[in-house]
Every structure is written in structure tokens, then in C-alpha cells.
Design a protein around this ligand. Structure first.
Ligand code: GDP
Length: 460
């Protein structure tokens, strides 16, 4: 406990010289550099426990050279001693690169790997406890989702966790999803095309029912354990012939999903960056925050406002893709090194904003939801990306039909599957929120509704 206090109570050093913003025209630099820039993509990995998520990610990292065979052999030795040799690849995911570098535990681990064409980040919610809140945080920072389905466990794949994860991915605004139909090495018969087609049909039904467009869904038959069709293509003869002729590898499919298509207006908008994790006690950088820039841009020397505390901080350094940079823009995952602020004003879920137009802190809001369970006025956990707080659904305002037209005013209940406008009142002091933000409402550990903020009320 004493150690922990030591780590966390170190205030920012007051003697640091003030850093001045260089006044760069960041939108212009971004636009001019477009041709030179490698696209980046971040994804969350979702799916039922034991369907092979960690193993598949370990495989991606190994076969793209982000981790070495030596590391894997080391894990394999440890895993074999514990009688769990098959988990060697999965162990790579146990400690995020960030955790290794900074020696701290994070809720959303980031792992990086690159190809000639794209820089990738895996956003991983480690551990199965509290997976869903962390997954919501990860999904809010991601460009796409990778859904892992064990081809031999279609039934468990279609219920429970898979179903909820798909709903959450959609609720967090993810449009594109790549489905890895995994463990085909051990299907019967191995690499059975019929098995793959059956999984594909069922998962397609579930995804389209959730609102994913057919053109945004891709399927990849693979084996994470053996590394078949993940990075390395399978032989085009024999039992994998149909895979080679009809499907891309997982890596190729991921590369296709990457783009550099952020609108200029988004880059020029006011800065919004929700804090995913706070890092304290670093020697060179005593106080840092990581997250994804949702809108706007930031450069070294900028002042930012942190909501809800309303405190300002100065940006003394920026890291993106592990490199020190002068500036960063919307859609990038980055770490900002801050100064001139007390650490207690920075928490996961807080939002860094431009000083000219900070996000308001609101006590209540109206959200247009899709109900997953029937809803009455009731207490709920409110999740907005990394922000978790509690509130009550204080009023059911209207139910809406499929076209969004009014069905009924002041309904007594919103039934599962219905759309509705409801008013949510937050319990603790309010939260930094604005129109268009995506909100997930949960109760008793399950997701009851999700939607977009339509109006906000009672600004502080
Ligand atoms: P997670 O809970 O979804 O992260 O799943 P893990 O990656 O921990 O894998 C669960 C189990 O499935 C482990 O015993 C793995 O070795 C095994 N497994 C993972 N991928 C494959 C695969 O492609 N083929 C086979 N046969 N087994 C796999």
C-alpha cells in the first residue's frame, strides 16, 4: 500500500519550464502529409470465452514480427511446465506492451503490429472479469471489430457473450466487422467447407439483425493455433484449396479495413479526447494520459481543459504509434504527456478539450435508445466509452417506430426491441457529454439499452 501511495502521489514537478505551442497549422500539415502517411487501424477483439481470441492475436503478433519466436518459446516452456502448452501464444496477450513498458496495469491493453501498408493496434480488454465495461471502452477507441467464432462451437457462439459483444460493438458506433471462423484445423472433417458456410450463414443473420450492413462484414476461415490463413496463406491444393481460392487471410482482410479518410472538418473541430488510462510516476514523464482523439487536433505546447474538473493542463509531449511527435489529429490513438495540473484532476473517462470550446458537464440528457430488454423508469449504469457512472431513467418520453416516427407518448414501458426517447438523470455531479455521444445503459450486469444522445440538459 505504501508503495502504491509513493507511485501515485508524486505531483507534477513545478520546476518544469513552460513549453510554448509552436502554433503549427496542424490541419494543413495533416493534409500535406497525406500521401506519405501510412494508414492506421485499431480494432477490438470480441467473442465467446475460449473461442481462441488471445491465441489468434498472439499468432498475428508473432507472424507479423511484432513479437519474436524466442519470446514465444519462453512462454511455451513456462506453459508446458504448467501443462498448458497450447496456451503459449495466448500468453503474449496477457501483458500488453504498454504494461510491460510502463510497469502498470491497464484496463485496455494496446498491442501494436505493422505491415508495409498499415500500422495496427489491438485494443484488448484483458481478463474475463469486467470484460464488458472494458470492451465498451476499447470499442469506443476502435475503427473495427474482429469477432472470433470457434467453428466447432456454433451454438455457444450464437448466444450469450457473442451476441452481447456484437450489440455493444454496434452500439459503440463500429461499422465494420471481420469474423474469424477459427479452429478449422480441428473441425470434422478438418477444414470442412460446409462447417464454414454454416457458421457464416448463422453469424451473418445475427450481424445483419443487429444492424451491420452486409458489405461491412467479412469472413475469414482460419486456425490461430496453427497459424493457417492468419498471416500465412494456406496451400491451394488439398483440403484447404477452397480457402486459398475464395478467401483473403485475416491480415489481408484487416489491411482492407484500414483507411486514412478522416474528414477535414473533423480535424479542424474542437479537441475531444476521452482519457482511456492515466499513467503516473514515470521518470521522464511523470503524468501521461492515453486515448483516442475523437475530434480536433493537438500539438506540443497546447493548453487543454480537462472535463469534468475544468482544470487546464499543458501538453509537454505527444506519442503516437510509440514515436514522439509534434502533433496528433482526430482518429489517432496517442499518449499525451501533461504538466501544470494535479494528478487528481485526471481520471479514465474524463475528456480533454480545446480551451476555446470545452465539452459541457451535464446532469441529464435525452437519449434515443434501442431497448435490448424491457425498460421501466429504473436505475442504470451509464457507460460512455471509458466513462462509467450511475443514473436513473427518469422518464420514458416516446416510443418510435422503425422509421423513427412517433409511436406513443409517455409509454408506461419500452419493450425489448423497441426504439424510444428516454431521459436519463445522472447521480454524481454530472458527466462531460454532448449531442451525438454514444451511451450504453446496463443494469444488474447486463446491457439493457444503447443509443445516441439527442439533447442535454442542466449544464453545470
Ligand atoms: P479466448 O478465451 O477466446 O482468448 O481463447 P484462447 O486463445 O485462450 O484459447 C482457448 C483454447 O482454445 C486454448 O486451449 C487454445 O489453445 C485453443 N485454441 C485457440 N485457437 C485454436 C485453433 O485455431 N485451433 C485449435 N484446435 N485450438 C485452438
Amino acid at each position: 500500500e505504501a508503495l502504491k501511495l509513493d507511485q501515485t502521489s508524486s505531483p507534477t514537478t513545478p520546476t518544469q519550464p513552460k513549453i510554448k505551442s509552436k502554433g503549427l497549422d496542424v490541419p494543413k500539415l495533416w493534409k500535406d502529409g497525406k500521401a506519405k502517411r501510412k494508414p492506421a487501424a485499431a480494432f477490438v477483439v470480441i467473442g465467446h470465452v475460449d473461442h481462441g481470441k488471445s491465441t489468434l492475436m498472439g499468432r498475428l503478433l508473432l507472424d507479423t514480427g511484432a513479437v519474436s519466436q524466442r519470446d514465444i518459446d519462453k512462454y511455451k516452456k513456462q506453459a508446458t511446465e504448467l501443462g498448458k502448452a497450447s496456451f503459449a501464444l495466448a500468453w503474449v496477450m496477457d501483458t500488453g506492451s504498454e504494461e510491460r513498458e510502463r510497469g502498470v496495469t491497464v484496463d485496455i491493453a494496446q498491442h501494436h503490429f505493422s505491415t508495409d501498408k498499415v500500422d495496427f493496434t489491438i485494443l484488448d480488454a484483458p481478463g474475463h472479469r469486467d470484460f464488458v465495461p472494458n470492451m465498451i471502452g476499447g470499442a469506443s477507441m476502435a475503427d473495427l471489430a474482429v469477432l472470433v467464432v470457434d467453428a466447432n462451437q456454433l451454438e455457444s457462439g450464437m448466444k450469450g457473450q457473442t451476441r452481447e459483444h456484437i450489440l455493444l460493438a454496434k452500439a459503440c458506433g463500429l461499422k465494420r466487422i471481420v469474423v474469424a471462423v477459427n479452429k478449422l484445423d480441428s473441425s470434422s472433417p478438418p477444414w470442412g467447407e460446409a462447417t464454414f458456410e454454416q457458421v457464416k450463414d448463422e453469424v451473418t443473420k445475427l450481424l445483419t439483425a443487429t444492424g451491420f450492413a452486409a458489405e461491412d462484414i467479412a469472413f475469414v476461415p482460419c486456425s490461430g493455433l496453427n497459424g493457417q490463413n492468419v498471416v500465412t496463406p494456406v496451400p491451394s491444393n488439398g483440403k484447404t484449396g477452397w480457402v486459398a481460392s475464395s478467401s483473403r487471410t485475416l491480415l489481408q482482410e484487416l489491411e482492407r479495413s484500414a483507411s486514412d479518410n478522416v474528414a477535414e472538418a473533423t480535424i479542424k473541430a474542437s479537441l475531444r479526447m476521452q482519457i482511456a488510462d492515466v499513467f503516473r510516476g514515470g521518470i521522464t514523464n511523470p503524468l501521461s494520459v492515453s486515448g483516442r482523439i475523437a475530434t480536433g487536433n493537438v500539438q506540443v505546447g497546447d493548453s487543454v481543459i480537462v472535463q469534468p474538473s475544468g482544470e487546464t493542463a499543458a501538453v509537454r509531449g505527444i506519442e503516437a504509434s510509440s514515436d514522439g511527435v509534434e502533433w496528433a489529429v482526430a482518429s489517432q490513438l496517442c499518449t499525451l504527456h501533461l504538466t501544470d495540473i494535479e494528478p487528481q484532476h485526471l481520471r479514465a473517462g474524463d475528456v480533454l478539450c480545446s480551451t476555446s470550446k470545452p465539452v459541457p458537464v451535464v446532469k441529464s440528457f435525452v437519449v434515443q435508445i434501442q431497448a435490448l430488454e424491457s425498460i421501466l423508469p429504473q436505475g442504470v449504469d451509464v457507460h460512455v466509452g471509458r466513462l462509467h457512472t450511475s443514473g436513473i431513467i427518469a422518464a420514458l418520453i416516446t416510443t418510435l417506430d422503425a422509421q423513427g416516427e412517433l409511436l406513443k407518448k409517455k409509454p408506461r414501458v419500452v419493450k425489448a426491441g423497441q426504439s424510444a426517447n428516454v431521459k436519463v438523470v445522472l447521480s454524481d455531479g454530472g458527466a462531460p457529454l454532448e449531442v451525438g455521444d454514444r451511451v450504453v445503459l446496463r443494469a444488474n450486469g447486463s446491457t439493457v439499452a444503447a443509443g445516441k444522445v439527442e439533447r442535454t440538459g442542466s449544464c453545470r
